[in-house]
Each structure stands twice: as structure tokens, then as C-alpha cells.
Design a protein around this ligand. Structure first.
Ligand code: C5P
Length: 420
């Protein structure tokens, strides 16, 4: 099921110009499948109208403490009780101050006091107001109370100044909200993930590559980040925005990918070793034996041309060979590969698992409808060293990634238990 379906979000708005971005946030939340109730302060309604909020949220706007819509007259309690999450965006200096004091002098602050579940705050104000000692004190108090912050970001402000104070972008707020609500089954773990195609150059203007879009690896990275992992994402050329919070390692060729992956896998100075690797990149198996320094010219004699290719290193096999190296805590490391097959997927996947020596392999038949390069969905069978683990129906890649991450977390926990 879609993550946001059935989730109820209360979006509280303070009176700041950032409120115009909150309209987009409400739209995104609803598009994602959540139910939204907008609770503006009186000041927020100076910036956006109740009608706009109602039209976008698709629900009556709750604005007044003493004009309740609920039959029992306790809107503040009921809204808090029913909310999976409260987002405050924009959170102005005044609103933060009232929240830090535990005031309940309007509907929004009253429901925030009554809220037992998570609260996410996206501040937005002039940089001087954000830096003011009073605001600093209020932010510290609220963080100590367990409230999560996203932003503010640095940049040009509506007041004409440059600095820290812009409200975080709506997509970032929604992604942070999702992470807040996702069980942190990979907290404290670090994963290296590969994604996308590689490019093997023939000369300065041409290359051999494949149709990989990078979507599967991106979803795996997002699922790992949502589960609380640190992620190093080593990727070939793709047209996708970086997943929020991932450390990005853009590469071109398979050999560059190998260098970047090994750099992270073997040791990054000052960093803990990775706990696992999930290699979803479509690495070119071969590269031109001799990359020409100048552009290859036509011979002019209408002759066929042949290319000599040489085999690329197998990153998955190499990492598996190094997986005996323990993490700093003495944990066994876990290596996961993908197998894109066009026939006898299970048999070929099983052979691949043995040949490459990894712990898990996610097999998919790329010739099946809805699967393969660029598709939004995938049908995967997961096999481990002891045989088939799970077989999943055709699912959106996001859900395939979530299931894969659950399996990896389980394997890491088991690896931990074996080590005592
Ligand atoms: O052999 P095949 O390309 O089908 O193997 C697929 C798996 O191996 C994927 O996990 C892919 O990322 C990995 N691989 C690799 N290095 C290569 C070829 C494949 O890591 N040179």
C-alpha cells in the first residue's frame, strides 16, 4: 500500500510570507495520498485565504479555538488525537516563541500542546530574527522537547536580505515527514548503493552504455535513508535529483565506479566502515580495449568496423570477496546484488549468487511486462545462500525497495546476532 494512504496530517501555518510555499506542501501531501487539515493562525490568514486552504486541502479549514466544528466542541483535542503528524510551516519567530512557552492561546498552539505524536517544524523568518538569542533559545527548547526541525535554508529572502531564513522546499518537508514516520530499522548503519548505467568511452565523443534509468537504485537509496541509514550513492549518468541526505559519488565508467565503491567499502578516513552494499547499477560488462585519444574517423572506404572489447572488473564479486572484513563493531557485512534476466530468471539468478559470492540477490525478468529499464514497477524474487527467501508480485519500485531494505535489515541483525 502507498505509504501516505490513510495518514492524517495537520498542517499548521504561521503568519509569514513562506505560507505561499505551504500551499504547495498541502497539494503534495494530498497527491501523495494523505488526508490534510489546515490550521492557520490569524496572522497566516493575512497571507493566504481560508478559501485557498480549503480548496487545496479538500477539508474545512480550522482556524478558531472558540468556534469549533466538532460536535463535542473540542477541535484542538480531536485534531491532535487523530493526527499521525503535525507539520508547522511556516513556523515564524512568534509561533516558535509561543510553542516554546507552552502557550495555547489559539487553535494551533492548543492542538500542539495536546499532540502526543510527532511534530515537524519548518521555520521561516528574516535571518536576523533567526539568529536572535531569543529564537535560538526557543529552538533549543523545542528540540529538547523532541520537536524535529527542517531548515531554514540559506538564500535570497523576500525582505531583500540574503541569509539563513528561507522555509525548506515543500518536497524536502514531505520527505522529512516521511522519514519521521518510518521505523528506523537501519539506524546507525551505513550502506553503499550503486545505481544507473556506466559509460565506456570509445573516444572523446562516443561511448557504450545501456538503458538503465537508475530508478531502482534511487528507490533503494531512499528506502535506506528513510529507514535511518547513512547512504553513499555511487551512480552513473542519470537524470534524477539526488535523494535528500545521500552522499553522492557521480562516476562514468565501470572502473571509476569500482574505485568509488572500494574507496567507501574499504575505508573512508574518519568514517565507520559500511555495514552493507546493495549493487543495483547496470555495469557495462565490457569496455573498448583501446580508448582513442582523438575522435575515430570514418575510413572512407565503406568498410565495416569492428571494436575490440575487454572485460570490466566485477564490482559485486570483488566486494563479496572483501565482505569478510568486519565493521568497527565486529559485524559481518552484507552484500546484495541484482540480476536482470530475460529467460530462466531463477536458475540464472541462483548461479549468479554462487558465482559472485554475495549474500542476497534480487532477481527480475526484465522481459516481463511492467519490468525492466525505465519501468516504474518491478517483480522481484529474492534469493539468499540458503535458497529462495521471498517472491514479490509486480510492485512499484518504491515498494520493491522498501521490501529489499527490510530483508537487508533482517540479514544485518542476524549477522549481528551470529557475532554475539
Ligand atoms: O552479471 P550481471 O551483470 O548480470 O550481474 C548483475 C549484478 O552484478 C548487479 O548487482 C550489478 O550491479 C553487478 N555487477 C557489478 N560489476 C559488473 C557487472 C555487474 O557489480 N562488472
Amino acid at each position: 500500500m502507498n505509504f501516505w494512504t490513510g495518514k492524517r496530517i495537520v498542517i499548521g501555518l504561521g503568519g509569514g510570507i513562506g505560507a505561499y510555499k505551504t500551499l504547495e506542501l498541502i497539494r503534495l501531501c494530498r497527491l501523495a495520498g494523505a488526508t490534510v487539515v489546515a490550521v492557520p493562525t490569524a496572522a497566516a490568514l493575512e497571507f493566504v485565504t481560508g478559501l485557498t486552504l480549503q480548496a487545496l486541502s479538500g477539508a474545512p479549514v480550522r482556524e478558531r479555538l472558540f468556534a469549533p466544528l466538532e460536535p463535542d466542541g473540542m477541535d484542538h483535542i480531536r485534531l491532535a488525537r487523530e493526527a499521525d503528524l503535525v507539520i508547522v510551516a511556516p513556523a515564524t519567530a512568534d509561533l516558535l516563541a509561543r510553542m516554546a512557552q507552552g502557550m495555547a492561546d489559539d487553535l494551533l498552539t492548543a492542538l500542539l500542546l495536546a499532540q502526543r505524536g510527532p511534530v515537524l517544524v519548518a521555520p521561516a523568518m528574516n535571518p536576523a530574527m533567526w539568529e536572535h538569542p531569543a529564537t535560538r533559545r526557543n529552538v533549543t527548547t523545542l528540540q529538547e522537547d523532541g520537536i524535529r526541525f527542517i531548515g531554514p535554508q540559506s538564500g535570497a529572502m523576500a525582505c531583500g536580505e540574503e541569509g539563513l531564513g528561507r522555509m525548506a522546499e515543500p518536497v524536502m518537508i514531505l520527505e522529512t515527514a516521511r522519514r519521521l514516520l518510518t521505523p528506523a530499522i537501519l539506524a546507525g548503519r551505513r550502506l553503499v548503493i550503486t545505481a544507473g548505467p556506466t559509460r565506456e568511452e570509445l573516444d572523446p565523443v562516443r561511448f557504450i552504455s545501456n538503458h538503465s534509468s537508475g530508478k531502482m537504485g534511487w528507490e533503494v537509496a531512499l528506502a535506506a535513508l528513510r529507514a535511518g541509514a547513512e547512504v553513499d550513492l555511487v551512480h552513473g549518468p542519470v537524470a534524477l535529483a539526488p535523494p535528500m541526505g545521500a552522499r553522492m559519488f557521480p562516476v562514468g565508467s565501470a572502473r571509476e565506479m569500482l574505485d568509488a565503491v572500494l574507496g567507501v567499502w574499504l575505508k573512508t578516513p574518519g568514517e565507520p566502515l559500511c555495514d552493507g552494499a546493495i549493487l543495483s547499477a547496470a555495469v557495462s560488462d565490457y569496455r573498448p580495449a583501446d580508448r582513442k585519444r582523438e575522435k575515430i574517423k570514418k575510413s572512407g572506404a565503406s568498410e565495416d568496423m569492428s571494436l575490440e572489447l575487454t572485460e570490466n572488473p566485477d564490482i559485486l564479486a570483488m566486494l563479496s570477496a572483501w565482505s569478510g572484513l568486519r565493521t568497527r563493531e565486529g559485524r559481518q557485512r552484507v552484500v546484495v546484488g541484482f540480476a536482470a534476466e530475460t529467460e530462466q530468471a531463477l536458475a540464472h539468478g541462483q548461479q549468479k549468487l554462487l558465482r559472485k559470492g554475495c549474500d542476497l540477490i534480487a532477481i527480475n525478468d526484465v522481459s516481463a511486462p511492467g519490468c525492466g529499464f525505465g519501468a516504474e514497477t518491478n517483480a522481484v524474487t529474492l534469493i539468499g545462500r540458503e535458497g529462495p527467501e521471498e517472491s514479490w508480485p509486480l510492485l512499484p519500485k518504491e515498494q520493491v525497495a522498501e521490501r529489499l531494505i527490510r530483508a537487508v535489515a533482517g540479514l544485518l541483525d542476524r549477522a549481528c546476532a551470529w557475532r554475539g
